[in-house]
Design a protein around this ligand. Structure first.
Ligand code: PLP
Length: 407
């Protein structure tokens, strides 16, 4: 074990990046759910918002947009954004998407619900890998379907698909809900895994919904490949995406459902009917501005997140050697295994009450019947300033260290 102190883990402040001096007093404004949900003094590392301000090109475009009308202009979609998005998706291998294959939605989650509703019937099992972003399993159970859960396997250095578990769970399923990159483990499924997964869905004749919302938040240099990059699976896949994770704009609500088969997109959209609503004019402007001029901001932000990821990983390895976490490949969410702690069954409570740090509790990321397996795991949102992150980790280590951990 290294003797490095957390201060030594902190890079030189001169290279601490753009967000080093974020002030909790400013972050705790009344519009911030993340910062006001818990009492003052708690460092909130839970809901997936970043603590970083809006990218200047987006802010500028929104201000300018407000000088014009805010009517139904984009009710039928927006051709500029449609073209920008298709060009962007082509970089991940989603080439040749027809213009009618892009449908804008008020968010990604409505797209998950609509897909489950359109492509499965009540009572049916729907396949997904656990742990997983909770609206995946909620979209299944809240609509009267059953979760066919295939738990991920802990590999030597990363979370991996358990192919046997996937095979076993797939019995009777017609739809796979895939999270790529994966929330909460931070995996970006690699070319080999994607190829095998495509063989699997072809052999099983499955529809696929691939939620690729975190694709632009990659912390490694590996290229990103969309699930539907391979023509063999294009006609059976809907891909969901949006700007809200990469650009921290969840409050403006917009997403897109993208498919090479426009009839499939229409069928999924139709399942939601009039309940779906439409994205707002400001959200369209925001996404246009992000795709047009947000690149430099995103690169700087991703570089900062990479630094935070490294600090967190080093901290866990040196200060909590009994705990486990694999280096996050994408997202700003770390999945920590604290099961060795004697109070693993009440981790969220312990960390909130004794460390004054708010995290998401592991069981949230699994449906009923599977929650027990994730007791002792926590999801940590590290998209804050590096000093605040280190302070939170210090407090966690202190609170966790009050009891001896048997390993
Ligand atoms: C994988 C994934 N999909 C969807 C969402 C939410 O998307 P939206 O706010 O556009 O509904 C999140 C939010 O964290 C997410 O992690």
């Amino acid at each position: 074990m290294s003797d490095a102190t957390p201060t030594e883990l902190l890079p030189d402040p001169s290279v601490a990046g753009p967000y080093g001096s974020l002030d909790p007093a400013t972050l705790r404004h009344p519009d911030s759910l993340k910062w006001t949900f818990f009492e003052e003094g708690v460092i909130p590392l839970w809901v997936a918002d970043m603590d970083y301000p809006v990218a200047p090109p987006i802010l500028g475009a929104l201000r300018e947009r407000l000088t014009r009308g805010l009517g139904y202009h984009q009710l039928l979609g927006d051709r500029t954004l449609n073209g920008q998005l298709r060009a962007h998706l082509a970089t991940g291998g989603l080439t040749d998407v027809p213009e009618e294959g892009v449908l804008f939605l008020p968010g990604v989650v409505p797209g998950i619900y609509a897909t489950v509703s359109a492509l499965t019937a009540p009572g049916e099992p729907v396949l997904t890998m656990t742990p997983v972003y909770h609206p995946f399993h909620l979209a299944i159970t809240e609509q009267g379907r059953r979760v066919a859960a295939a738990p991920l396997a802990e590999g030597g250095a990363r979370w991996e698909i358990d192919w046997d578990a996937l095979e076993a769970a797939a019995e009777g399923c017609r739809l796979l809900l895939l999270c790529h990159p994966h929330n909460p483990t931070g995996r970006v499924w690699d070319a080999g895994e994607l190829a095998r997964l495509r063989d699997f869905v072809l052999a099983r004749d499955l529809w696929v919904m691939s939620d690729e919302l975190h694709a632009d938040l990659r912390l490694t240099d590996a290229p990103f490949e969309s699930f539907a990059a391979d023509p063999r699976v294009r006609e059976r896949t809907v891909t969901l995406t949006g700007p809200c994770k990469a650009y921290n704009t969840a409050g403006l609500g917009i997403g897109a459902m993208v498919g090479h088969d426009p009839d499939l997109v229409k069928r999924v959209r139709a399942a939601a009917g009039g309940l779906m609503g439409h994205p707002s004019a400001l959200s369209v402007t925001m996404w246009q501005a992000a795709l047009q001029g947000g690149g430099p901001w995103l690169r700087e932000t991703v570089a900062y997140l990479r630094g935070n990821r490294d600090v967190l990983q080093a901290f866990v390895e040196t200060r909590l050697p009994w705990a486990r976490s694999f280096p996050v490949e994408a997202t700003y969410l770390a999945w920590l295994d604290l099961r060795a702690h004697p109070r693993a069954g009440e981790m969220q409570k312990l960390l909130l009450e004794e460390a004054k740090v708010a995290i998401n509790d592991g069981p949230l990321f699994a449906p009923e019947g599977h929650k027990e397996r994730y007791q002792g795991f926590v999801r940590v949102n590290f998209a804050t300033s590096r000093p605040l992150l280190v302070e939170a980790l210090e407090r966690m280590a202190e609170a966790l260290g009050r009891e001896a951990v048997l390993t």
